[in-house]
Write a protein that binds this ligand. Structure first.
Ligand SMILES: [Zn+2]
Ligand SMILES: [Zn+2]
Length: 147
């Protein structure tokens, strides 16, 4: 899986267009979310953010994450244990795979679930318009650690 290119320039442009003012604490959160290779809980974002921005408050973390989600830059990742984490949103139609042990996440495309969708549609008589697919498991590194 190739690394995503640095998304920061596009993010800053999108944030500027929305009229959202980037204070230093908000910018710290944006930098963390744009560069993280794993899905993060708000408290983890808070801990990381305080390293570069000691005055960062937890409320700012929550509000900024909400704003970034609203702008479509990050997405919620639902953990099997019910916790919420956030990771950068996919570009276009992609699905999410993440590690339940360390939170490492990747986007992937190229599913072929059309036969399944047709079957479900036939069974339920729904017109199915879209789907949202998230897989979870253990990344190669965490499999090693488990041995
Ligand atoms: Zn892992
Ligand atoms: Zn799909």
């Amino acid at each position: 899986m190739p690394n995503d290119p640095n998304p920061i320039p596009g993010w800053l442009e999108c944030i500027a267009r929305s009229g959202y003012r980037l204070t230093a604490p908000r910018r710290a959160i944006v930098d963390i979310m744009a560069s993280s290779d794993r899905a993060l809980e708000p408290l983890q974002v808070y801990d990381l953010g305080r390293q570069s921005c000691p005055g960062l408050g937890l409320v700012t973390v929550y509000r900024t994450l909400e704003k970034l989600e609203e702008l479509g830059l990050i997405q919620r990742v639902h953990q099997p244990n019910g916790c919420h984490t956030y990771w950068r949103a996919a570009c276009g139609h992609e699905h999410l795979l993440f590690c339940t042990a360390c939170g490492r996440a990747v986007h992937f495309s190229g599913d072929n679930i059309t036969p399944l969708i047709e079957k479900v549609s036939n069974q339920t008589h729904f017109t199915i318009q879209d789907h949202w697919l998230q897989l979870f498991g253990l990344c190669p590194q965490c499999q090693q650690n488990n041995l």
